[in-house]
Design a protein around this ligand. Sequence first.
Ligand SMILES: Nc1ncnc2c1ncn2[C@@H]1O[C@H](COP(=O)(O)OP(=O)(O)OP(=O)(O)O)[C@@H](O)[C@H]1O
Ligand SMILES: [Mg+2]
Length: 595
Amino acid sequence: MLRLLKKPVAVRMRSAASYAVSDLKRALLSWNSPMNGTMAASSDRIMLGPLVGAIDQGTSSTRFLVFNAKTAELLSHHQVEIQQSFPKEGWVEEDPKEILKSVYECMDRTCEKLTQLNIDISNIKAIGVTNQRETTLVWDKETGEPLYNAIVWLDLRTQSTVERLINNTPGRNKNHLKHKTGLPISTYFSAVKLRWLMDNVEEVHKAVVSHTAMFGTVDSWLIWCLTGGKKGGVHVTDVTNASRTMLFNIHTLDWDPDLCNYFGIPMEILPKVRSSSEIYGLMNSGPLTGIPISGCLGDQSAALVGQMCFQEGQAKNTYGTGCFLLRNTGQKPVISDHGLLTTIAYKLGRDQPACYALEGSVAIAGAVVRWLKDNLGIIQSSTELEKLAAGVGTSYGCYFVPAFSGLYAPYWEPSARGIICGLTQFTNKSHLAFAALEAVCFQTREILDAMNQDSGIPLTQLQVDGGMTSNKLLMQLQADILCIPVVKPSMPETTALGAAMAAGAAEGVRVWSLNPEDLTEVTSEKFEPQINPEESEFRYARWKKAVRRSMNWETTEPVNNGNEESSIFSSVPLGFYILGSMFMFIGAKYIAGYK
Ligand SMILES: Nc1ncnc2c1ncn2[C@@H]1O[C@H](COP(=O)(O)OP(=O)(O)OP(=O)(O)O)[C@@H](O)[C@H]1O
Ligand SMILES: [Mg+2]
């Protein structure tokens, strides 16, 4: 049962035991405390019910969090930032070993924190995994070594491959495979990244030929390593992650031989596809050795579960590196007419049905904040952005389309690139900061509009979560631009919560009940729209104009002096015809004069 309250208050409906923890360790549970602040030791012995851990391996950071299975209360966590490398323009990579190391570090540190609190880590009964989706890895099953960096979902190196694939489909249809995959052909999904690795990395090619290659998204890599790696690790993924590869049939819930054939991917390198909630294997090392890993969901699916959107029609929007709006469509896959994806929402148990979602994916949300910090240096930390933007309270007519990785939903346009327009001599960095926040809100408005058109039933409020939602200005702007209330849970780590719920509810674990009447009540903060709809529409229309200007910037077609419409000579046959006519005319005059 999800009940939403107007004012943020402390988490309600706790058991007596968890009150004891809260009262003793309130500082520990505070979300405003520094990310990895140490906690005071206590001599009290705290009796708790079963606990469940969740690994949340995101694009920007890795976290390990431990929840009380009876109350959904967060007890402790640790977070480590992840380095991204940009070896060439449009390329985005991460180091698989650093990702793995960050997971071990987060688990170790969280266990230490629990021990300092006198919470016995043997109470942890299960571990769930949630992860950045689509990011593609290949490793060698004999050496256990990654054969290349992880190619991150945002990466654009496959743009020309994607253009070629689309050009070769009947009617140049980017939705050619949508009936099976729910996805357009795009640089975003794993299949094209895997194809690139096989074609361009000698080690990957050799390992495929010698049958030692293993492909996986981040969940597969982590579960394989954590359950023993080259010494018996299990090579699995779950349906939600599989549904983002373009190799998976969302109707049969299995790898599709025709899709594998289309991309030239040998099926033997793929992991086994399992449900999102079942025991995959046991932890093989570290303080949690022997604990089952029993939950696995892509991060956006996990957030849907963590927001308890189990009913058809319920939706949530997560603001992390990108921004992802998912609406539960129940047991039927709905194919979008408005540029949204159809994806698996979850399958909570081997014998449970799969539930589907419509998804609006925005590539750049929090990433624009990181860009303003790391590339422009106009802020020192993400939190500074709010102060900078709030100082002016307007973009002063400046619009920022952060199409760094092309545009995802609803356009699916890899040729788009980022633009900042409407600049005057008056524009300063505060206006730019404001425009960056507005860009996140406008992009959400575009996918919400598409979602409302596809489903025919407009959302009356938007449930939100993710790192960026700590920015209150952003939340207020979002409500203003959508013209509906925005509702944010007090405990923002819904992605990890969803993975913990799936792990705790698995057969053979069963410490977390997903019965609607047992689900913990959630408290939230609500942001009501404060500007009139006309103003909102005016700003949105300007945004759309800016989006149009960002399109068709980076294409494989030759550039024509920047004069797109007017050059008749850009059409080769027409150019020949006109030049030919001119020569004939001059020739005729010459012959006439000669006589
Ligand atoms: N106060 C803030 N204002 C604006 N942006 C913020 C703020 N705090 C965090 N962010 C942005 O949110 C992002 C981090 O969000 P989050 O922690 O949810 O991401 P993640 O889980 O590591 O990555 P993923 O996108 O894979 O989920 C960063 O890009 C950061 O710039
Ligand atoms: Mg995340």
